[in-house]
Write a new protein. Sequence first.
Length: 132
Amino acid sequence: MDAPGQRDIERRRTEVLQKQPPEMTAGEAKPVGQPLDRTIVQRAIALIQTMFVSSMQEAGERADKLSMFATYFGKPELINEEVDRYRAVTTEQVNAFIRERLGENNRASLLYVPREEAADEASDVAVLSGTA
């Protein structure tokens, strides 16, 4: 016997997956456990570095980061070394982490399917705002 609503959940899941743009399908993703090349790792480091440096331009973010380093590490001055720590990550380290920690049986997959009422409300908002 199906759990209450199980068929409805499966039906909605199928609808969502069918409407999903091709570039977002799981088949396009890199298989778990495959090593990354140097370009991908460098790009990720550059993005993380950019986000960190950008966040430091806001007083509230700086205060949050200083507080975090003081609370968790007892050294607020570590904020000055954070970008260098990102730059020090090597492709070999990332691939070692992938081999050791990201196996087929050590992951979760999540598909968020909004309730139909929420989808109806969103379409109502789009119609009212003139974006539909």
